[in-house]
Design a protein around this ligand. Structure first.
Ligand code: NAD
Ligand code: UDP
Ligand code: UDP
Length: 311
């Protein structure tokens, strides 16, 4: 049994991770400032004596005693991370410094939830870990992309300078139950719009692509990465290589919900990446992992969640 700190633990991915680590018998300290996360995501865990929920902003120092840290704190949806971009950069950069400082003091293993956004709008396809990316440093997405890139830099400098035991996961678009209904990301937007009989908002021509990973698959990979030997740092791409256009996703959601929604066009946000697909060769060989849940199956489960929530 380990004492594990999860920052951003009341968010979408964090809440699933808390649940899985508790199931494995660990003690979980969930730290969150509830910026995009919700208490109700972890409400079913608070009676567990091995679970503790703490309101705290990771841009401020945190002194606790733990064996391992998963650093997930950061708004992930473009709508939310662009709402207060300075706070987004602070969360990624100051948050990483504080969590790395904590890991250094208590000699804890620490995993960073990084992102496919470090590849920006890529000119290499699919994206492998060796690719350095094509990121605009001064655009509206930069607070997130550059914040996450700087966090990776900090992780690798603490690894080289202080021999810290780090792991970096580059997470590609992940979806599933407990996404916030107003999260703003494409899967939750389309499902909520379809279930409410509203038009489905396609940004741009809808030919841009994304690769969607179901949350259970993602959590399994993160836990496996955390379990690799000391010295294996990653970065490791984690995602589902199945690549779909946004229009295909909209059509699938309409089909699975039986909605009568129309597709309507909205302006494409600035610097919206045109295509994204992970090369998961490293995750396959190193973690003996690959995603198991196909998009149709994962969408069905996510639709069922939102249908119950919106009732
Ligand atoms: P989310 O918005 O649901 O969760 C983020 C959590 O962090 C929320 O609970 C929020 O309240 C908390 N938080 C934000 N700022 C904080 C701060 N300063 N101090 C403490 N807590 C803070 O998003 P998610 O999808 O669960 O993403 C979790 C992590 O995974 C993020 O770091 C995100 O960048 C990364 N990620 C997610 C995806 C994805 O598709 N879901 C893809 C790539 C990377
Ligand atoms: N820190 C923290 N918890 C700890 C130890 C450190 O939040 O248990 C913070 C501390 O505030 C510091 C940061 O982590 O600003 C980086 O710590 P480190 O020891 O690497 O650097 P230094 O303290 O020398 O700036
Ligand atoms: N998107 C869309 N309609 C929406 C929300 C998003 O067409 O209501 C598009 C968005 O422009 C992008 C893709 O879907 O091309 C994925 O967007 P999301 O915000 O989920 O994630 P990210 O752009 O960070 O991958």
């Amino acid at each position: 049994m380990q004492r594990i700190l999860i920052t951003g633990g009341a968010g979408f991915l964090g809440s699933h991770l808390c649940e899985r680590l508790l199931e494995q018998g660990h003690e979980v300290l969930c730290v969150d400032n509830f910026y995009t996360g919700r208490r109700q995501n972890v409400a079913h865990l608070v009676d567990n004596p091995r679970f503790e929920l703490m309101r705290h902003d990771v841009t401020f120092p945190l002194y606790v005693e733990v064996d391992a840290i998963y650093n997930l704190a950061c708004p992930a949806s473009p709508v939310h991370y662009q709402f207060d971009p300075v706070q987004t950069t602070k969360t990624s950069v100051h948050g990483a410094i504080n969590m790395l400082g904590l890991a250094k003091r208590v000699r804890a293993r620490i995993l960073q939830a990084s992102t496919s956004e470090v590849y920006g709008d890529p000119e290499v396809h699919p994206q492998r870990e060796e690719y350095w990316g094509r990121v605009n440093p001064i655009g509206p997405r930069s607070c997130y992309d550059e914040g996450k890139r700087c966090a990776e830099t900090l992780f690798f400098d603490y690894f080289r300078q202080h021999a810290l035991d780090i792991k970096v996961a580059r997470i590609f678009n992940t979806y599933g139950p407990r996404m916030h209904p107003n999260d703003g990301r494409v899967v939750s937007n389309f499902i909520v719009q379809a279930l409410q009989g509203k038009d489905i908002t396609i940004f741009g021509d809808g030919n841009q692509t994304r690769s969607f990973c179901y949350v259970d698959d993602l959590i399994e990979a993160m836990i496996r990465l955390m379990g690799t030997e000391k010295g294996f740092t990653g970065p490791v791409n984690i995602g589902n290589p199945g690549e779909f256009t946004i229009r295909q996703l909209a059509e699938l959601v309409i089909e699975l919900t039986g909605a009568k929604s129309k597709l309507i066009s909205m302006p494409l946000p600035t610097d919206d990446p045109k295509q994204r697909q992970p090369d998961i060769g490293l995750a396959r060989s190193k973690l003996q992992w690959e995603p198991k849940v196909p998009l149709v199956e994962g969408l069905k489960r996510t639709i069922a969640y939102f249908a119950a929530l919106l009732k």
